[in-house]
Design a protein around this ligand. Structure first.
Ligand SMILES: [Fe+2]
Ligand SMILES: [Fe+2]
Length: 219
């Protein structure tokens, strides 16, 4: 048997084990959301030619630590030497990405750094995300079970056209929403927003320059 085939089988076994654990341990609404994120992440991976299996694993595990009570989450971080920022200390639910990655590694043997980072940064994003990180970040926001965000229909459409723009639109909407409810804003979300805003601006400037040089050539 070829090495790749062996790896493929191990991956299948691991996914079925993850699914069984999720079915046993997650409350029904969380399971529905998790399944939605996994399928949406796989669809985005197809669209952007990413790794479909990695998208499924990251999607399935992204919220594995979401139901851990705040006090316990902080204790776990202390025990496992996971760095906690001051905003995470005040809002321990923000830790479920970091804790989720720890679970993925220790309970399910997920060693792939890209999958672990996609789980860690799924709530805030970060500048210069990998394709997988962007896929999980966007899938978490647009999966079919979501119905609260104001511009979902538009962002779902953008997600399958330009994933960088989708990250920009989502972080912009999250920041706008947090201002209206006076929620505390994680500086990481602002950094993500600023990074993707500049990326789109620079890309538009390059495209404009290219257009102008084509017109000049034609003259
Ligand atoms: Fe989450
Ligand atoms: Fe989620």
């Amino acid at each position: 048997m070829k090495q790749e085939e062996k790896r493929g089988i191990r991956m299948t076994v691991r996914i079925s084990r993850i699914k069984k654990t999720l079915e046993k341990e997650l409350k029904p609404s969380r399971l529905t959301h998790t399944t939605g994120v996994a399928y949406t992440a796989m669809a985005l991976a197809m669209r952007y030619e990413g790794d479909i299996k990695k998208a499924e694993i990251a999607g399935l595990l992204h919220d594995i630590a979401k139901d851990i009570p705040s006090k316990r989450a902080l204790k776990m971080c202390d025990k496992w030497n996971i760095a906690v920022t001051s905003i995470e200390k005040r809002n321990p639910f923000l830790l479920h990405g970091k804790l989720g990655a720890y679970y993925a590694l220790s309970e399910f043997g997920v060693e792939d750094t890209d999958i672990l980072n996609a789980i860690i940064y799924h709530t805030t994003g970060r500048p210069k995300m990998s394709l997988l990180e962007k896929i999980v970040f966007v899938a978490d926001y647009i999966e079919p079970g979501r119905d609260k965000a104001v511009r979902l229909k538009e962002i779902r459409r953008i997600a399958f056209i330009d994933i960088d723009q989708a990250v920009y639109e989502i972080t912009g909407d999250i920041l706008a929403y947090l201002k209206t409810v006076e929620g505390e804003i994680d500086p990481q979300t602002i950094q993500t927003y600023e990074y993707y805003k500049n990326l789109l601006k620079n890309r538009a400037a390059v495209e404009k320059k290219d257009d102008n040089s084509i017109t000049d050539d034609e003259d």
